[in-house]
Ligand binder design. Structure first.
Ligand code: OGA
Ligand code: ZN
Length: 390
């Protein structure tokens, strides 16, 4: 990538060492790049497949002690020739932009990190997070808007959907492959006899992440309202990140327990048997909250040391108190032809009880995998631009 007309003082400088090169950036920051790291990240046509953009180079063919035969830089980036070794190379080139955005120092990685913005309900409204169905189905910009709402806030809405069965799958497939589960490609949420799921009764549902007993709960969830004529049955969405942050600041010991202690979640029925252990709160290596696996109906039996159980129950109850508090709950009523779309790891959903004798209520739902969802979003953002950054 060429960056014309740089002043000499704008151009980073190299300080070579025995096993790595230090880049001194124009703002005075330094970053260190091992020669082995530079060698294995070579993008010449011998080392990286030009179409697949995957590494062809064999890690074992590079001596761990490799150092450049020559290294130089200009206003665009760094050029390296390597001494003869077991892997052919046409010579390596790394633009300053590529090197800058791949600095490995922890502080640089944290500067690049995109953190989700936690929300409580006061600043939310359905209209400002909604996209029209036919626009999303035919235009890339409206679709991108929907995906960006879900990526940023964890939730989005689609309005004007045909009130026809299975339309939810057409919407999901506009975004990615459907992620199937033990409920199949899609599911119908209505009160029925022999319900194989609490959602198929008229009962209230506490805030939960769907299918919490699975090792990998589904990523992004769609719930399309086809009929909502019963009394009750309000929808609720809750931001797990906001709730877990609240717990961390009010009760750090409870947060610590829920984010480190694995407990069992189980779904067992005639036709399936799905049992896994996981933490309730999912925290990454930097302490940032990624989401939750909260499913009061599928928790347990709690199989941690009896001496720890009361602490666990206190912590879990505290978390549920936060998740069910008015400030955290975004409550609304879905009308026929509306669909809620949410990140099932980050967002908990719930509903109030409804009275099936007062009218019919029918939703249809399905999921797509989170990786495929984010992939679609990033490709739309790229809008056909070259991904082969060097
Ligand atoms: C579900 C569910 C909510 C609703 O089916 O997983 O939580 O509003 N449904 O019926
Ligand atoms: Zn659910």
């Amino acid at each position: 990538m060429s960056e014309p007309n740089r002043l000499a003082s704008d151009v980073p400088r190299l300080e070579t060492g025995s096993d790595s090169v230090q880049i001194v950036w124009p703002n005075g920051e330094h970053s260190r790049h091992l020669y082995y790291w530079l060698r294995e990240n070579c993008h010449c046509a011998q080392c990286t497949h030009p179409d697949a953009w995957e590494r062809m180079l064999d890690f074992l063919a590079i001596p761990l002690t490799i150092a450049p035969a020559s290294i130089s830089s200009d206003e665009n980036g760094v050029h390296i020739e390597w001494p003869p070794h077991d892997a052919n190379c046409q010579g390596s080139y790394y633009s300053w932009t590529w090197l800058d955005s791949r600095r490995a120092e922890g502080s640089a990685r944290l500067d690049r990190k995109c953190r989700a913005r936690a929300w409580a309900t006061s600043n939310l409204d359905k209209a400002s997070l909604s996209v029209d169905y036919s626009e999303a189905m035919t235009g890339d910009s409206p679709l991108l808007r929907l995906l960006a709402y879900v990526d940023d806030m964890g939730i989005g809405f689609v309005t004007g959907m045909p009130v026809e069965e299975r339309t939810v799958m057409a919407l999901a497939e506009r975004i990615a492959f459907i992620e199937e589960s033990h409920f199949g490609r899609y599911f119908r949420v209505e009160s029925k006899p022999n319900a194989e799921n609490l959602a198929y009764t008229p009962r209230a549902l506490l805030p939960h992440n769907d299918l919490g007993s699975r090792r990998h709960p589904p990523g992004v969830q769609f719930l399309h309202c086809l009929v909502n004529d019963a009394t009750g049955g309000e929808s609720v969405l809750v931001d797990s990140i906001a709730c877990a942050e609240e717990l961390r600041s009010n009760d750090p010991a409870a947060f610590e327990l829920l984010s480190t202690c694995r407990v069992t979640f189980s779904s067992i029925a005639d036709d399936w048997h799905i049992v896994n252990r996981a933490t309730v709160i999912d925290v990454d290596e930097d302490g940032d909250i990624l989401g939750t696996r909260c499913h009061p109906a599928l928790l347990g039996p709690v199989d941690i040391e009896p001496e720890l159980q009361m602490d666990f129950y206190r912590a879990f109850r505290r978390f549920l108190e936060i998740a069910t508090s008015r400030e955290m709950q975004f409550r609304f009523r879905l009308a026929a032809g509306e669909c809620q779309v949410f990140d099932n790891h980050r967002i908990m959903h719930a509903r109030s009880a409804f009275d099936p004798t007062s009218g019919h209520r029918l939703f249809e739902g399905c999921y797509v995998c989170r990786d495929d969802f984010v992939s679609r979003l990033e490709v739309l953002r790229r809008r056909g631009g070259d991904f082969r950054a060097r």
